[in-house]
Design a protein around this ligand. Structure first.
Ligand SMILES: *[C@@H]1O[C@H](CO)[C@@H](O)[C@H](O)[C@H]1NC(C)=O
Ligand SMILES: *[C@@H]1O[C@H](CO)[C@@H](O)[C@H](O)[C@H]1NC(C)=O
Ligand SMILES: *[C@@H]1O[C@H](CO)[C@@H](O)[C@H](O)[C@H]1NC(C)=O
Ligand SMILES: *[C@@H]1O[C@H](CO)[C@@H](O)[C@H](O)[C@H]1NC(C)=O
Ligand SMILES: *[C@@H]1O[C@H](CO)[C@@H](O)[C@H](O)[C@H]1NC(C)=O
Ligand SMILES: *[C@@H]1O[C@H](CO)[C@@H](O)[C@H](O)[C@H]1NC(C)=O
Ligand SMILES: *[C@@H]1O[C@H](CO)[C@@H](O)[C@H](O)[C@H]1NC(C)=O
Ligand SMILES: *[C@@H]1O[C@H](CO)[C@@H](O)[C@H](O)[C@H]1NC(C)=O
Ligand SMILES: *[C@@H]1O[C@H](CO)[C@@H](O)[C@H](O)[C@H]1NC(C)=O
Ligand SMILES: *[C@@H]1O[C@H](CO)[C@@H](O)[C@H](O)[C@H]1NC(C)=O
Ligand SMILES: *[C@@H]1O[C@H](CO)[C@@H](O)[C@H](O)[C@H]1NC(C)=O
Ligand SMILES: *[C@@H]1O[C@H](CO)[C@@H](O)[C@H](O)[C@H]1NC(C)=O
Length: 825
């Protein structure tokens, strides 16, 4: 130990507190003494390796720092260089790349190995590629090595790590390194930080030697491809504070090892294949150090690990996404946890009253009465609770989801007691009675979802005051009557409004046009009159889904009404702006991955960002109303429309030839339903150009002439054209070479008018709410997915659920979806 301390004093002249050496490079004295010749040469050699002059017409300089290294000056004064007694001890290129050429990347020059006095080397975040040079093993003085966030690849076992006995901090995270992790690394005696996450290391971890660093504080091997059992020798790292083995394929962890780990407080074993725990005696369990946070999300556990019983210091416990069955053991409620996540398992039985603050029990098979609503965050959705909602509700509650249970009775007014209630989801139960008026007046509320109950009363009784901050309001599928509540105009941040499938009777609420809606559903009510809204200035630039089907709306649809719906009209350039917007939104709830980096879809040889595909899905459903007049030709400007359903109205005139201009952003296919109208004239030949037209339903109109022939047209079934007396040609009839009009089709079967392309509202509210509103919290209602890491996939699934028929089509491309694993925060 003495020589060790000596060593540190010698190197850094920094105070050493306790027996654990501490480092801080900001305290390296900037001693600029004259550079020795050999050091200068080595640096120039390095510069040369980083400056490939053979690139014409311009030499590409790798680093701004290196660019100004001038052989006429003392190398100890060069940018990024730190000297001590004329020798280079520190080199910092981190984040220094400049790209004067496109995509130029350099390997780390092996000449780096000549700088044998180096103690500090930071080449992080500099686009270095290739494998780590073997000469790195010459840098015996290295204390700090940061090669993180580059594109380094290949195995690392040919480097003589055992030489680097002075290493304290080794960061290789965020690269593409592969192969096994050499055990010599784990044997480095002074190591405090070993951060290797987000690489492609594979294989098993072997026994850790006795000589393993007893200084190691943080071991992070997460997001690799490591597997097998984790040996209890991992506890040879006596000083360990945090252990992250998340996102590998480990199958067992020694929760009964002989440990003297006083400082271990966080273990992340999430996203592995842990199936069982080493069986020990109860006493060996109780000797396990008291940890504070334990994450076992997404493993293969079938029972709650018993050692937890003795973890009296545990604050956060996540056992979600396992296969645990049976009752929730009583002792778990006695642990004094702050946060407990047991979601997405198969727990059954009753839940007692408890005091834990954050409790997520969603997607289990829990039954019986609901416990008292005393926590701050409670997600009990997707269980079998059957009772009324308890009236005693704690003031501290801010998130409550009781969705998809068997709850009955009324919504108690005490639901408004919690001062900061933000999210209330009681959807998909059998609640009855009226919506408490206090709810619409609740200032803190952002998401209110009461969809799919048996609620009655008049919606016009609800007052939304000036401070309304709702972003999602979903009252769909109830039996709510009355006029549209005019005060909803006060909810100036409303993005999703679903009043569909109720009994609301009113004129079309033009005031909605001033709200920033993304999704509007007024389907199956008794709205009447025109939708022209001549007196509003509203524009709905973000509108993606509008469903007014099955009402009594009438009159003409004027272009003015929809010409401002930029989301649907946008060409790809404008679309990008829309995208930026949704990415900002996303940032708000902390899923900070950049889409561009992560998801690419290969389709027809070109790569597209999947998100662009996702935002492309838009829908207009005006079917089964009494709209009349001609279909405005401006509808052809819906460049990004996915479903257009105008069936079952009284539209007259011709099908606008401008429909031939519709273009989805991706090869999504367009579904256009125009059946059961009074459209006349011929099918415009321009429609033949729509190669991505997936569904075209023109049945039961007054169209005439020959059905155009063309790639896409030949795939439409007969049902698409029946009920038009004057229409002929395939697929209605075999082609008539003589050109005589064919016998008219009589008595056409009612086509599947739009049914196939209805929005699945059951899913849309919560999931769109998740996208636009309260992000992760809402997402957790429905998704047991790796939300952050697989965020895009969730988005993708949402869209598939909303438009189920897409599955098949996108399925084709799915094989080509590849995930860039270099997640950047
Ligand atoms: C640096 O090391 C390389 C081998 O990695 C060697 O060929 C070269 O001569 C050395 N250069 C200097 C200046 O020491
Ligand atoms: C890395 O290279 C890519 C192009 O290959 C470039 O877009 C990016 O900005 C570079 N990163 C840094 C940190 O210079
Ligand atoms: C190591 O590199 C990463 C990436 O640039 C950087 O974020 C981090 O701060 C570096 N570590 C230290 C201790 O400087
Ligand atoms: C463990 O690593 C993963 C990613 O590799 C990260 O998401 C997670 O937050 C880390 N866990 C802890 C406790 O820091
Ligand atoms: C994980 O390990 C198990 C064996 O323990 C193996 O069957 C499985 O294929 C592995 N999964 C992955 C994704 O490597
Ligand atoms: C642990 O116990 C379970 C049954 O309780 C058994 O299936 C398993 O094989 C045991 N594992 C070890 C490593 O002893
Ligand atoms: C596991 O849970 C901890 C909190 O206890 C969290 O910090 C960490 O990010 C989680 N791990 C992953 C991979 O999400
Ligand atoms: C929870 O406490 C309430 C009184 O606050 C009581 O009525 C109820 O029966 C308790 N529930 C359980 C499951 O113990
Ligand atoms: C509604 O709840 C039932 C169980 O009560 C569940 O089976 C169904 O999937 C839920 N529906 C939705 C749309 O969540
Ligand atoms: C809804 O309430 C009516 C009476 O108000 C009742 O007849 C009906 O069964 C209820 N429906 C459900 C699903 O609870
Ligand atoms: C429309 O905008 C004009 C000015 O831009 C404003 O004076 C007028 O009040 C607005 N009308 C409505 C109905 O909002
Ligand atoms: C609980 O776990 C699930 C699935 O792992 C996750 O989606 C959810 O966000 C977690 N809940 C909380 C409150 O963190």
């Amino acid at each position: 130990m003495r020589h060790l301390l000596q060593y540190f004093f010698l190197l850094f002249l920094i105070p050493v507190s306790s027996t654990i050496p501490t480092i801080s490079f900001t305290t390296i004295p900037a001693v600029h003494s004259l550079c020795t010749k050999d050091q200068q040469l080595s640096l120039l050699h390095l510069k040369q390796s980083l400056t490939p002059y053979n690139h014409k017409p311009y030499p590409r300089l790798y680093s701004t720092k290196v660019m100004y290294w001038d052989s006429r000056t003392d190398c100890c004064f060069w940018d990024g260089v730190t000297c001590s007694s004329g020798r280079v001890v520190g080199l910092d290129f981190s984040g220094e790349t400049i790209n004067t050429g496109i995509g130029y990347r350099s390997p780390i020059p092996s000449a780096i190995g000549n700088l044998t006095s180096l103690r500090y080397l930071d080449l992080s975040n500099s686009n270095f590629t290739g494998s780590i040079p073997k000469t790195m093993g010459n840098l015996k003085q290295l204390v700090y090595l940061n090669l993180s966030s580059n594109m380094l690849n290949g195995p690392i076992d040919s480097i003589q790590w055992e030489n680097l006995v002075n290493l304290i901090d080794l960061r290789l995270y965020n690269n593409l390194l592969e192969g096994s992790i050499p055990s010599s690394i784990f044997a480095l005696p002074l190591l405090q930080f070993l951060l290797f996450s987000h690489n492609q290391f594979s294989g098993q971890l072997h026994e850790f030697s006795d000589a393993s660093s007893s200084y190691l504080l943080s071991l992070d091997l997460s997001s690799n491809n490591l597997e097998g059992l984790i040996s209890s020798s991992i506890f040879n790292f006596h000083a360990l504070e945090s252990l992250n083995l998340s996102s590998n394929n480990f199958s067992a962890f020694p929760f009964n090892g002989p440990q003297q780990l006083k400082n271990l407080n966080e273990i992340d074993l999430s996203y592995n294949s842990l199936l069982f725990f080493y069986n020990g005696t109860t006493s060996s369990y109780s000797s396990f150090p008291n940890i504070v946070r334990l994450n076992l999300t997404s493993n293969k556990l079938r029972t709650i690990p018993d050692f937890l019983r003795y973890q009296s210091g545990l604050v956060k416990l996540d056992l979600s996404q396992n296969q645990i069955q049976g009752m929730i053991p009583k002792w778990i409620w006695g642990l004094d946890l702050f946060s407990l996540n047991l979601s997405c398992n198969s727990f059954s039985g009753h839940v007692p009253n408890f005091t834990t603050s954050v409790v997520d029990l969603h997607s289990n098979q829990l039954q019986g009465p609901l416990p008292s609503l005393t926590a701050e965050f409670m997600d009990y959705s997707r269980n079998h609770f059957s009772s009324s909602i308890p009236t005693g509700i704690d003031d501290s509650l801010y998130f409550l989801s009781l969705s998809s249970n068997n709850l009955h009775g009324i919504i108690p007014t005490s639901i408004c007691n919690p001062r900061f209630l933000q999210v209330l989801d009681l959807s998909n139960n059998s609640l009855s009675g009226m919506i408490p008026r206090c709810l619409s007046a609740k200032e803190s509320l952002g998401v209110l979802n009461l969809r799919g109950n048996n609620l009655t009363g008049r919606v016009s009784n609800l007052e939304f005051p000036g401070w309304c901050s709702l972003s999602t309001l979903d009252l769909g599928e109830n039996q709510i009557k009355g006029e549209f509540p005019k005060s909803l105009a006060n909810c100036s941040g409303l993005q999703l409004l679903n009043l569909g499938n109720n009994l609301i009777k009113d004129a079309f609420p033009c005031l909605l046009m001033n709200l920033p809606l993304h999704v509007l559903n007024l389907r199956s009510n008794q709205f009447y009159g025109g939708i022209g809204c001549p007196n509003t200035n509203g524009t709905w630039p973000m509108l993606q889904i509008i469903d007014l089907a099955h009402n009594n709306l009438s009159g003409q649809i004027l272009a003015r009404f929809f010409m401002t719906w930029k989301s649907m009209m946008a060409d790809s350039r404008e679309k990008a702006k829309v995208l930026e917007f949704s990415q900002e939104q996303e940032g708000e709830f902390g899923v900070g991955y950049s889409f561009e980096d992560t998801v690419k879809v290969t389709s027809k040889g070109s790569e597209r960002v999947l998100v662009k595909v996702l935002t492309a899905y838009t829908l207009i459903d005006f079917s089964c109303n009494k709209f009349s007049g001609s279909i405005p030709k401006e509808m052809g400007a819906f460049k990004s429309l996915y479903v257009l359903n105008l069936s079952g109205n009284a539209f007259t005139g011709k099908i606008p030839s401008s429909f031939g201009n519709m273009r989805p952003v991706a090869d999504a296919g367009i579904a256009t339903h125009l059946s059961h109208n009074k459209l006349s004239g011929q099918i415009p030949p321009q429609l033949v150009k729509l190669t991505f037209l997936e569904v075209l339903d023109l049945s039961n109109n007054q169209l005439v002439g020959r059905i155009p022939t063309g790639t896409q047209f030949s795939t439409f079934p007969k049902d698409s054209f029946i009920g038009n007396k004057g229409l002929w040609g395939p697929p209605l009839t075999v082609d008539n070479k003589a050109g005589l009009p064919p016998p008219p089709t009589v008595n056409g079967r009612p086509p599947n008018s739009g049914h196939h392309h209805e929005v699945n509202w059951d899913l849309i509210s919560t999931e769109i709410g998740f996208t636009f509103g309260f992000g992760v919290s809402i997402g957790s209602l429905v998704l047991c997915k790796r939300l952050s890491k697989w965020y895009y996939r969730a988005m993708y699934n949402i869209i598939l659920k909303i438009f189920p028929q897409l599955e098949e089509r996108i399925g084709i491309h799915r094989r080509h979806v590849h995930i860039n694993r270099r997640w950047r925060r």
